[in-house]
Design a protein around this ligand. Structure first.
Ligand SMILES: [Zn+2]
Length: 252
C-alpha cells in the first residue's frame, strides 16, 4: 500500500509546471534527491505558495506517485530568505544546490552532504560567500567520491613536492616530471588553502586569511575539476564568472 511519508529536506530548485503548479527538486536527509509536485502552489491562496521555495529547509509530507511524489504539507524550518533576495547570494546558493543535484542520483541518501549543504547555505549570508561556496563545493565533491589527490602524483605515484601542477582530468596533483601542457600550477599556498577548505569544520568555522591570487587559483582549479567530474557543465558557474567580470569592472 502506498503511504504518505514525512521528511526533512532542502529545496534544491523550483520551477513552474502546468498552469498553477510547481515542480520542486528536494534533497531529503533520509531519502536523497527526489522530485515532487506542488499542485496549485502558484495560486496566491495556496498553503504551498510561500513555503515551496528554492533553498528553504522544510519538513514536508509526500505522497508517492508513479513518476512524481506529491507534496501534501510543507512546513518551513529555515527559510533562508536572504538567499532569494540578494542576487550574489542567490547565485552562490544556486551553484551549491545545482552541484548537489548533479552529484547524486535520485533516492540516494547522503546525510553528510545534506549537513554540508545546510551549513553552507546558512553561512553564505554570514561570511564571505565566495569562500563559503568554495568550501562547500570542495567538500561536496569529496563526499561524492571526488576527493582531489594531492599527496602523490596521479601519474607516477611519487610523493608530491610542491610547487607542482593540478590535472583536473586525472583528479589530482602532477609532479614536474610528469607535467604536460595545459595544467594549472599548484603551489604550497593554493594546496594548503584547498586542504583547509576540505577539512573546514562548519561547527567552528575558522577566520580565513587568503590572498586574492590564491583564492582565484583555488576557484579556477575547482571549476575545471567540476567540469571534468560532471557529465555536463553547471549553468550557475557561467553566471558566477559573469558576475565576477562585473565585480572587477566595478573595482576599477
Ligand atoms: Zn609524476
Amino acid at each position: 500500500m502506498i503511504q504518505q511519508y514525512v521528511t526533512e529536506a532542502l529545496i534544491l530548485s523550483v520551477r513552474d509546471m502546468g498552469e498553477a503548479d510547481r515542480l520542486a527538486v528536494l534533497f531529503s536527509r533520509e531519502h536523497g534527491k527526489l522530485s515532487a509536485a506542488a499542485y496549485g502552489a502558484r495560486r496566491p491562496r495556496s498553503r504551498l505558495a510561500g513555503t515551496v521555495q528554492s533553498f528553504a529547509q522544510v519538513s514536508v509530507s509526500l505522497m508517492p506517485g508513479r513518476n512524481l511524489d506529491t507534496i501534501g504539507q510543507c512546513e518551513v524550518k529555515r527559510s533562508f530568505r536572504e538567499l532569494r533576495e540578494d542576487l550574489v547570494l542567490m547565485t552562490y546558493a544556486a551553484f551549491l544546490t545545482e552541484l548537489v543535484a548533479e552529484l547524486w542520483p535520485e533516492r540516494s541518501p547522503e546525510p553528510s552532504a545534506y549537513d554540508v549543504l545546510t551549513f553552507a547555505l546558512a553561512f553564505l549570508s554570514e561570511r564571505n560567500p565566495r569562500l563559503v561556496s568554495l568550501a562547500g563545493a570542495w567538500q561536496l565533491l569529496a563526499l561524492a567520491g571526488f576527493h582531489p589527490e594531492y599527496e602523490r602524483c596521479v601519474v607516477c605515484g611519487q610523493l608530491l613536492t610542491l610547487p607542482a601542477f593540478f590535472d583536473s582530468c586525472a583528479g589530482g596533483g602532477v609532479c614536474p616530471t610528469c607535467e604536460h601542457a595545459g595544467l594549472q600550477p599548484l603551489d604550497d599556498a593554493v594546496c594548503g588553502f584547498i586542504d583547509r577548505l576540505l577539512n573546514l569544520n562548519w561547527q567552528q568555522p575558522p577566520a580565513f586569511k587568503v590572498t586574492g591570487a590564491v583564492l582565484l587559483q583555488a576557484e579556477k582549479i575547482l571549476i575545471e575539476f567540476i567540469a571534468h567530474r560532471l557529465e555536463r557543465p553547471l549553468k550557475s558557474i557561467r553566471f558566477i564568472q559573469m558576475m565576477k567580470g562585473t565585480e572587477r569592472l566595478e573595482e576599477r
